[in-house]
Design a binder for this molecule. Structure first.
Ligand code: AMP
Length: 113
């Protein structure tokens, strides 16, 4: 499958990986919107959040747990941060492989869109 994030998972495309385990991989966003901007993605390809069912509840829980640990590692846990999943075209999703944005290190806008 010609998916850029699958290519990052396989190592075909280089990325600045900050964490990986058997289920997920996390790397720095190539176009950061905040001083800390990481992406946590499942190794398995899901096109978007809409592909997940109750069966994958453990995966989302794990992604949030990893995101929280990374926020602590990056020193933004105390000041606050934002976890975002864009889903589909009108949700602002550009890369069709499920990913959780971890953003912080500056005052983020209160606007949701
Ligand atoms: P979204 O709009 O939620 O689909 O966000 C996609 C994100 O992926 C954007 O913030 C991009 O900057 C980021 N991105 C795209 N290609 C790469 C890449 N090769 N390495 C790291 N981040 C990427």
């Amino acid at each position: 499958m010609d998916c850029i994030f699958c290519h990052i998972v396989s190592g075909k495309i280089p990325s600045d990986i900050v964490y990986q385990d058997e289920k997920v991989i996390a790397f720095r966003d190539i176009n950061p919107q905040s001083p800390v901007h990481l992406l946590v993605i499942p190794r398995e390809h899901f096109t978007s959040l809409a592909d997940l069912t109750e069966k994958e509840a453990h995966l989302m829980g794990h992604m949030v747990g990893v995101a929280n640990q990374l926020a602590r590692d990056e020193g933004i846990s105390g000041t606050g941060y934002r976890l975002v999943i864009n889903c589909g075209k009108q949700g602002g999703q550009l890369v069709p492989h499920l990913h959780l944005h971890v953003m912080g290190g500056r005052q983020l806008s209160g606007q949701l869109g």
